[in-house]
Ligand binder design. Structure first.
Ligand SMILES: *Cc1c(COP(=O)(O)O)cnc(C)c1O
Length: 495
């Protein structure tokens, strides 16, 4: 059966999965959502013996119904290969009574790799199916992790180009070096004089510039997005929740049908929404626990029913979760309105206009699958140290936010269900915060010095992704003013 996608803000719009992937965002500003969430058509008894790639096919074929079996299997094979440093792709580590689903074994050691290693292949396959002749230009603004994962995914992918903008003084030294040393004949990396918001609004303005779009069309280019609003990023993320459940079953950690809880360190709400989709597909999941850092808009939303971004933006040690507008929440809002696109649009207009909106009691009652918690900077650092002292396992700062919220949930609710924590980054990506959490004696040392000390502390070798950047040549030194992004894009593409 063919599955179509509609916009959260306009149910009249109906597109195929490949169109949704090519477009990224619906033209009315809404997000594409499946008309109906599919139910897994392969039993757990079978899934439990499958490889990651086989599981990926079993799940994704139900969402991307206009891709042929060969097309989809080819995309999967190209994405989940030796770029990952483990054959399991997403291994489960049992630490104490908690299972950490390690999503950081890809090329850039953050969970963004899980989706961004396949998105380029889905996109060029979709372009081929739709007979798009243009070269697809991916524009991305990044505060660190997405930029590098998108660069690694799109580098040297035929028919695509990618331009990444990052704030000159707004990313960590490791993140900057990861981006500026990126190889590939189709990539550009630009440091802008401004902050992440400037980079993001600059990119949005370029997307909305119809005149520029026309000019580029004549030269054979069209823009697309690698942002987490693209359904081509969400669908691959459902896979690892199905895989995790199947592996728990295979390892006899749970019995068939036993419910597990999933805890996700959350920013843009993409990763936890994927877990919710997995639950809708029939995976026995009890609670979906949304973990925030001090930017706890989501914690407040689940508690009060009011989403309010009018607050101070806090810079934390888990920067990939420093976000006040969680764009993927719109897909959940749409579901709890009873798929009412006019109501969803009204709430989102409120967010755009006043920076806030409130849901009705009736809608709130539909959020019972969710729990929420948050960790302060102190809670996070203490959690890293406690887990390390007890078990020797080293958590990154984002994962620690979730581990803390998980402990808190278990203590408060007496829920003895097994918990899987989504582990979203390698501690190597945030060496300084992690090492100083373990021992304050490291405070005086910089990120790069600490990278060499982490192996003996964690017992985990320096990942290839870090080795690669330590002696790589800086290839990108372009900088521009925040007001010159459009001119620069034109210069890079046309002249
Ligand atoms: C992006 C990111 C998150 C947040 O994921 P969302 O899907 O945006 O909620 C958490 N941790 C890390 C390390 C990330 O890179």
């Amino acid at each position: 059966m063919k599955l179509y996608y509609k916009s959260t803000r306009n149910s009249e719009l109906r597109v195929s999965s490949s169109e949704a992937i090519l477009k990224g965002l619906a033209s009315d500003g809404g997000l594409f959502v499946p008309e109906k969430l599919p139910v897994l058509d392969v039993p757990m008894e079978e899934l439990k013996d499958m490889t990651y790639q086989e599981t990926a096919y079993a799940v994704m074929k139900q969402f991307l119904t206009d891709f042929t079996e060969d097309e989809l299997k080819d995309c999967i094979a190209r994405a989940y290969d030796g770029k990952f440093d483990t054959e399991e792709i997403a291994p489960l580590a049992k630490v104490g009574d908690t299972y950490f689903l390690e999503l950081f074994h890809g090329a850039t050691i953050a969970f963004k790799d899980m989706a961004l290693s396949i998105l380029p292949h889905l996109m060029i396959t979709a372009a081929r199916k739709k007979q798009v002749e243009n070269e697809i230009v991916i524009l991305t603004a990044t505060s660190g992790d997405t930029g590098k994962a998108a660069l690694a995914g799109f580098a040297d992918v035929k028919g695509t180009r990618i331009i990444v903008f990052y704030p000159k003084n707004g990313v960590s030294p490791v993140q900057e070096l990861q981006m500026t040393t990126q190889k590939g004949s189709n990539v550009n990396v630009v440091a802008i004089h401004g902050n992440f918001d400037d980079a993001q609004s600059g990119v949005k303005a370029i997307f909305e510039d119809q005149e520029l779009a026309k000019e580029l069309e004549e030269k054979g280019y069209q823009f697309s997005s690698a942002n987490s609003i693209n359904i081509g990023r969400l669908v691959p993320q459902v896979v690892y929740y199905v895989y995790a459940y199947a592996k728990l079953l295979a390892n006899e950690e749970i019995s068939i049908g036993e419910k597990i809880n999933i805890v996700v360190p959350t920013g843009n709400f993409g990763n936890i929404l994927a877990a919710y989709y997995a639950k809708q597909m029939g995976v026995p999941i009890g609670k979906l626990i949304c973990a925030s850092n001090e930017n706890k808009v989501l914690f407040d939303f689940f508690g009060t029913g009011t989403y309010d971004r009018n607050r101070e933006f806090v810079l934390t040690s888990s920067p990939s979760m420093d976000i006040l507008v969680s764009s993927n929440l719109e897909r959940l809002i749409y579901l709890i309105t009873g798929e009412a696109s006019d109501k969803t649009k009204e709430l989102m207009d409120g967010l755009k206009g006043n920076g806030s909106y409130s849901i009705t009691e009736e809608m709130k009652a539909k959020l019972q699958d969710f729990e929420a918690g948050f960790a302060t900077e102190t809670d996070t650092a203490e959690c890293i140290r406690r887990v390390y002292e007890r078990t020797g396992y080293v958590l990154d700062t984002h994962t620690a936010v979730a581990a803390y919220v998980c402990e808190q949930y278990q203590r408060k609710n007496g829920d003895s269900g097994k918990c899987v924590v989504a582990s979203t980054a390698s501690p190597y990506k945030f060496a300084k915060s992690v090492m100083t959490a373990i021992d304050s004696k490291y405070e005086a040392e910089d990120d790069f010095a600490l990278l060499n000390k982490l192996p003996s502390v964690s017992g985990v070798d320096l990942p290839q992704a870090i080795k690669d950047i330590l002696d790589a040549k800086v290839l990108h030194t372009l900088e521009c003013d925040k007001n010159q992004m459009k001119e620069l894009v034109k210069k890079l593409l046309i002249y």
